[in-house]
Design a protein. Structure first.
Lengths: 161, 102
């Protein structure tokens, strides 16, 4: 029982440290410019999106405390520190990005009643998704048809322009 | 948006403008007529393209947020602008300044 409690406390401490690291890992978005915040964090969008939709279980699966907890054979206070530190520095694929994603969660833009397509999917440096759409006259227009041009400017209208 | 009035500036830089609207063909046609757009106005009626670019329904109104993407000849996005509200659009000069070199 005591061991369980200590282990549990260790996990909580590790999770707490992770959250601290997460909060300090990236810029915390302000609510006044939610879309700008997404621009800043766009490199983490692929990770942030499943976090938003999955909520807590995804959050937990990203924290490395499972492996840390398993290694606690003799939970002393000294080892707690060691284990906690090793948890923080464990080789996550992208620990910094995970931290950024966690810090994004409080953003009302991401966590509110927004549709699933939230987030910048295409940012400078990435490939522009191809498409073929018809003009009102029925003429199909394909983005890649314009490769002989120096550039194509895609303008998303709202219909009342 | 006075893209129409500056269309020749884009053409002089060998750039093409494609406008997309999350509406059916009839609305796209009306937009083309009302704006007198000399460039194609395309109907993204199933909002698939707007979704692919991550601009669909960001404002919760079922259409695309105002946004501009500049795509270079290699098919890579080199500049983008995401409107923060329904009226937030980049100026034409800003777009022109961000066109890639020919």
């Amino acid at each position: 029982m005591t061991r369980w409690m200590v282990t549990s406390a260790t996990l909580m401490a590790a999770a707490g440290l992770l959250l601290l690291v997460a909060c300090s890992a990236g810029p915390v978005p302000t609510t006044s410019t939610p879309l700008l915040a997404q621009v800043t964090l766009s490199s983490a969008s692929e990770i942030a999106l499943p976090l938003v939709s999955g909520q807590d279980e995804d959050l937990e699966s990203l924290t490395p405390t499972h492996t840390a907890g398993a290694s606690i054979a003799q939970p002393t206070s000294t080892e707690m520190v060691v284990v906690t530190l090793s948890a923080v520095h464990s080789p996550l694929p992208t620990p910094t990005r995970s931290g950024v994603a966690i810090s994004v969660l409080p953003s009302p833009t991401l966590a509110g009643d927004k549709p699933p397509s939230v987030g910048l999917k295409v940012v400078p440096g990435e490939r522009a998704p191809g498409f073929t759409l018809d003009t009102p006259q029925g003429r199909p227009i394909t983005l890649s048809d314009y490769q002989d041009r120096s550039s194509v400017v895609l303008v998303f209208y709202r219909g009342q322009t | 948006m006075d893209l129409r009035d500056h269309y020749q500036d884009f053409q002089a830089r060998n750039a093409e403008i494609l406008a997309l609207a999350v509406h059916d063909q009839s609305v796209a046609e009306r937009v083309a007529q009302v704006t007198g757009a000399p460039f194609p106005v395309l109907a993204d009626s199933d909002h698939a393209v707007a979704e692919a670019y991550g601009v669909y329904n960001l404002l919760g109104d079922g259409i695309a947020t105002p946004a501009v993407f500049i795509v270079d000849t290699a098919g890579q996005v080199v500049w983008s602008y995401m409107g923060q509200n329904a009226a937030d659009r980049p100026g034409v000069q800003t777009i022109i300044e961000n066109l890639p070199e020919q």
